[in-house]
Design a protein around this ligand. Structure first.
Ligand SMILES: Nc1ncnc2c1ncn2[C@@H]1O[C@H](COP(=O)(O)OP(=O)(O)O)[C@@H](O)[C@H]1O
Ligand SMILES: [Mg+2]
Length: 271
């Protein structure tokens, strides 16, 4: 019925509930053609993201955010270390299996909405289901269901260019949700939007989070990060700090628990 409720865990997370994502000693090294090291984009990195968490990934340009998102989203593989997605290690999967897992478990939202202008909104939202062998009738029903979740059920037959930027991003969110992913990943989702429209998109994320979805978002904006439950800041491919709860001096509107780890380590030292 609802594209999101199917991902809500049966009970509150306990130690026996697998994390949405668990990285253990993950590294990513880019090599030169001669085999020597070009850049260590991620240094041995441990990160556990419980189901249902709303987490912001921050850090200066080049700190490794996109590399980390690509690994978490199964678009790329680590050089070393273990990645458990929803409790299952991905290292033994071949490329086809990894693509399938990505299609089933992950929804992506990009800064540029990446909608196809020749297709209407419903057709755009249906795209991920084309690769899952879902029938045409069910594709349309699920697209409309997804569009309703983001308040766009009355724009089904519009083309992307007939929508505002905020509506286009809502459509992109609906497309990310239509496969009923366990994790929604967004790279600067409000980067192309004015601040009022960006606020409305954040409210969509917060509503999805309230339904139990795991959300991982890259942002450069402290005000956005302050609305997340947790902030992981990268520096040179390592975790500079990992903070749970509101930043000191700020009141998180939808704050999680206070008393995070290493709070204040780099207070104010924003790139
Ligand atoms: N395909 C690649 N080949 C070589 N180096 C790369 C590649 N992708 C990223 N890098 C390098 O890895 C580091 C981290 O990059 P990236 O994850 O894109 O950072 P961010 O998203 O935080 O700006 C940077 O030094 C970048 O130049
Ligand atoms: Mg990047």
């Amino acid at each position: 019925m609802d594209a999101v409720t199917s991902t809500v865990p049966d009970s509150a997370p306990h130690s026996h509930t697998p994390a949405a994502a668990r990285l253990i000693g993950i590294t990513k090294t880019y090599f030169k053609p001669d085999g020597s090291v070009l850049v260590e984009a991620l240094r041995p990195l441990d990160l556990t993201i419980p189901r249902g968490q709303y987490i912001a990934i921050m850090g200066a340009s080049g700190s490794g955010k996109s590399t980390l998102m690509n690994l978490l989203g199964c678009l790329d593989r680590p050089t070393a270390g273990r990645y458990e997605l929803d409790g299952k290690g991905i290292e033994s999967l071949n490329d086809d299996e990894l693509s399938r897992v990505r299609g089933q478990k992950i929804g992506f939202i990009f800064q540029a909405f990446n909608l196809i202008s020749e297709l209407n909104i419903a057709e755009n939202v249906e795209i991920p289901l084309l690769y899952q062998g879902v029938s045409a009738g069910e594709r349309r029903a699920r697209a409309i269901e997804s569009l309703a979740l983001v308040g766009l059920e009355n724009r089904v037959h519009h083309r992307p260019y007939e929508l505002s930027g905020g509506q286009q991003q809502r459509a992109a969110i609906a497309r990310a949700l239509v496969g009923r992913p366990a994790i929604l990943m967004a790279d600067e989702p409000t980067g192309n939007l004015d601040s009022a429209t960006g606020q409305a998109i954040l409210e969509v994320f917060e509503a999805l989070h309230a339904k139990g979805l795991t959300l991982i978002m890259v942002t450069h904006d402290d005000r956005i990060a302050d609305r997340c439950q947790r902030v992981v800041r990268l520096k040179d491919g390592a975790v500079e700090y990992d903070r749970i709860g509101a930043r000191r001096g700020f009141t998180a509107k939808h704050g999680g628990t206070h008393g995070g780890t290493q709070e204040g380590t780099q207070e104010g030292a924003h790139a």
